[in-house]
Design a protein around this ligand. Structure first.
Ligand code: ADP
Ligand code: MG
Length: 247
């Protein structure tokens, strides 16, 4: 939950075009510390592209993104440190397949944060325990179910002590019986006060956990509000239509 009004991220008039396809059209919003924002909307509405621009996996065509008031597009901006502070959890887990579960969480702490091995290991074990993956620390990702891999990916992202975590449909690739374990891990994270932006089709999760919900349609945030406003009293016809199909 929001515990201060400190702005961490500001997205200002963000535009992204691919060729002549305008995928993001003038998106603006800011994110306060501790906020959990869910982004919902049809496939193709630009949700992934929005997260990928925030994480600079894609370069904005126009507009700006400020992190603690500093443009992440500035020439001298330290992108590697930024990506440690603003982590991302992908639909497809993206673990290092040649490393054990434990090393997937340890190694990035050593390489990016320069933590010593003992400290990195202690932190990793703590986080893996929180997501219920402690019994699997010596397994390789390929030996795990999708839901287990995604929980490791969440622990790995947490291990970087992020200020913001971005999630792009983290449960969409999972078998239904795995979804709840991952959502429970994310709900627990939200309750720690971590700032999160979550693209999701899990409407019950979005409704329960979000401070704010953005409904995206055709490259714009067509409607935003509290979970209650969006799910119980949507104002826009296109939000209502979308929710009719999902709720
Ligand atoms: P969502 O995540 O809401 O399903 P995306 O952000 O993935 O939507 O995609 C929005 C639109 O942008 C889609 O029409 C998609 O085809 C297009 N798009 C996304 N990435 C690229 C790319 N790298 N090159 C060209 N078009 C892209
Ligand atoms: Mg997507």
């Amino acid at each position: 939950m929001t515990d201060s009004n400190e702005t961490i991220l500001e997205v200002k008039d963000l535009k992204k075009t691919f060729g002549d396809h305008e995928v993001l059209k003038d998106i603006s919003f800011s994110v306060n510390r501790g906020e959990v924002i869910s982004v919902i909307g049809k496939s193709g509405s630009g949700k992934s592209t929005l997260l990928r621009n925030i994480n600079l996996l894609e370069e904005p065509t126009d507009g700006d993104i400020l992190f603690h008031g500093q443009s992440i597009l500035a020439d001298n901006f330290d992108l590697r440190q930024y990506r440690a502070h603003v982590g991302m959890v992908f639909q497809s887990f993206n673990l290092f397949h040649n490393l054990t579960v434990l090393d997937n969480v340890v190694v990035p702490q050593e390489t990016v944060l320069k933590r010593d091995a003992a400290e990195a290991k202690a932190h990793a074990l703590d986080l893996l325990k929180q997501v219920g993956m402690e019994p699997f620390i010596n397994a390789k990702p390929g030996q795990l179910s999708g839901g287990q891999q995604q929980r490791v990916a969440i622990a790995r992202a947490e291990a970087m002590d992020p200020e913001v975590l971005l999630f792009d449909e983290p449960t969409s690739a999972l078998d239904p019986e795995m979804v709840d374990d991952v959502l429970n891990a994310m709900t627990a994270l939200a309750h720690t006060g971590l700032t999160m932006i979550v693209v999701t089709h899990e409407m019950a999760f979005a409704q329960d956990v979000s401070d704010r919900v953005f409904f995206m349609d055709e490259g714009v945030i067509a409607e935003s509000g509290t979970a209650e406003q969006i799910f119980e009293h949507p104002q826009e016809a296109r939000t209502q239509e979308f929710l009719r199909r999902y709720l």
